[in-house]
Design a protein around this ligand. Structure first.
Ligand code: ZN
Length: 511
């Protein structure tokens, strides 16, 4: 049995549903075999003499953060795709170069851990080939997290229709010249899995990883417009049968809401509910264009929403009604999605982004508190993964996933003593203050250095892989997307003309 004492000037266990912060000053966490046993003043902890001591008087000890919505290593921008509206951007990315899944995943995992993330919800897609190739790609992603020592909740995204625009693929091909339709069809077909094949991938990976404590496998129908009713029903049945959690992108853009109205005559949420998908196992990614009625239904069914603030701003998707979600007591988690404001994966920066973005005018207006945002990044994020209540808080019985931040970096050169520790961490904490990160009691980052893997060597290997000359397929796809964009743009013309809009809050006024 390995015993560890993690000392801090303050230990923050978490934030309760009432917004109260649970903290102890000048205390320590006692960890045995990767699990928290006790928290309190160090003299009260019953630790053996040979217990290893980590931390000290300069550290704030926090629960590890959960990035509840993540996809890739190298960012779309790094791979040549500019920030475009989602419907264009998603297609433009077909022109990106192939990546090595292991090295690519390591790259973003380094960034995540450096910003205090200990668990990630990895939503994977775009693997060419069939069931075997996709399962092999998934194993490479999972291997990368294990090499670093991170916890991963993994899902391979299911998409069985409307692979280019929000309409049948054949209908769209017919609008294109043959010399564009053909390479497009070849590219799309190379990555197309049926719903049955996708669920087979889920079963294979569950069989391999369900017993492991550091990997959880879940389901991820990619978005309403990209899944047929029959696929969604299959997901609902499998989730029910296995108790598997589901993460579904939903209502990310106004075009997706318009699509849902065309397909169902009403709301995507009502339709999902009728298909049996809206329950406490469901997390909706984005939810920017949810109406007040939609949010009432989400709250009633106990589903959660993952707020991807930076992504919404970068891709012009809109402002998610986060204040209305919080008002209804909906579990809101945070996702950095493909990349945050600095084109990296920085959870500290993302928390600040969320805190600021929803500060609407009006003295009486409800805005997110620091404690609420912190809870989104910890306990609420944990609830979207298969690890549930084992992570997201520092309580006895929880996994010892924790972040040690140097208080002197946060508070220097002066900070009024009345400023709370949590205010200081969320509003001023930057990655240079993250000194040590423990996952399952193992220090994966210590003194700002990775302990289990050579970061520089991995980044060199990644650079070398990406700097190879482009092959025939990569050159063909890059040339293709430039020609495709005007056709995609033309497809959505007038889509929003008939849509009713009434904003949740007022941000400015032209009269
Ligand atoms: Zn996403």
């Amino acid at each position: 049995m390995k015993t560890l004492i993690v000392k801090g000037r303050t230990i923050v266990s978490g934030v309760g549903p009432d917004g109260n912060v649970a903290r102890v000053d000048d205390a320590a966490v006692l960890v045995r075999d990767g699990t928290i046993v006790d928290i309190g003043p160090i003299r009260d902890l019953r630790a053996p003499d040979d217990a290893e001591v980590i931390g000290g008087d300069d550290f704030v000890v926090l629960p590890g953060f959960v990035n509840a919505h993540h996809h890739v290593g190298l960012t779309p921008l790094q791979l040549g795709a500019p920030d475009l509206p989602l419907e264009l951007w998603a297609n433009y990315r077909m022109g990106a170069r192939r990546v090595d899944f292991h090295l690519d995943t390591l790259y973003s995992a380094f960034e995540l851990v450096r910003s205090g993330v200990t668990t990630v919800q990895h939503l994977h897609s775009r693997v060419p080939g069939g069931v075997e190739e996709v399962a092999a790609g998934a194993r490479e992603v999972i291997r990368a997290y294990r090499d670093i020592g991170m916890r991963v909740s993994y899902a391979y995204a299911l998409r069985d229709q409307n692979r280019i625009v929000y309409a049948d693929d054949e209908t769209f091909y017919a609008r294109l010249p043959d010399d564009l339709a053909e390479p497009l069809r070849a590219t799309v077909d190379a990555q197309a899995l049926s719903a049955d094949e996708n669920l087979e991938v889920f079963r294979i990976l569950s069989g391999e990883f369900d017993e492991a404590g550091d990997v959880a496998i879940q389901l991820a129908p990619l978005n309403f417009q990209w899944c047929s009713d029959s696929a969604l029903k299959q997901v609902a049945a499998l989730s029910h049968e296995r108790g598997a959690l589901v993460h579904l992108h939903l209502l990310e853009t106004p075009y997706q809401r318009a699509y849902a109205r065309k397909r169902t005559g009403g709301s995507a949420l009502g339709h999902l509910d009728r298909l049996g998908l809206l329950n406490e196992r469901m997390t909706l990614g984005h939810g920017v264009w949810t109406t007040a009625d939609d949010l009432d239904l989400v709250a009633e069914r106990g589903a959660g929403i993952c707020h991807n603030c930076s992504s919404n701003l970068r891709l012009r998707s809109g402002w998610a009604p986060v204040n209305a979600m919080l008002e209804r007591g909906i579990r809101v988690a945070l996702g950095i999605d493909e990349a945050g404001m600095n084109d990296d994966r920085d959870m500290l920066q993302e928390m600040r982004q969320v805190l600021r973005t929803h500060r609407v005018p009006g003295h009486q207006a409800r805005v997110p508190s620091v404690a609420e945002v912190f809870r989104m990044a910890t306990e609420n994020g944990a609830g979207t993964t298969g690890f549930g209540a084992r992570i997201g808080r520092l309580d006895p019985g929880c996994a010892a996933d924790m972040v040690l931040m140097r208080w002197s970096r946060i508070a220097r050169p002066y900070l009024d003593p009345d400023v709370s520790v949590l205010d200081a961490v969320v509003q001023r904490g930057k990655t240079d203050a993250v000194d040590t990160v423990l996952i399952g009691g193992v220090p994966v980052l210590r003194g700002g250095r990775f302990t289990r893997i050579d970061e520089e060597a991995a980044l060199r290997d990644l650079a070398q892989f990406m700097n190879r000359p482009a092959d025939e397929d990569e050159r063909r796809r890059r040339a293709m997307v430039g020609r495709l964009m005007p056709h995609v743009e033309a497809f959505y013309e007038n889509w929003l003309a008939e849509e009713p809009f009434e904003a949740y809050d007022v941000r400015n006024s032209r009269i």
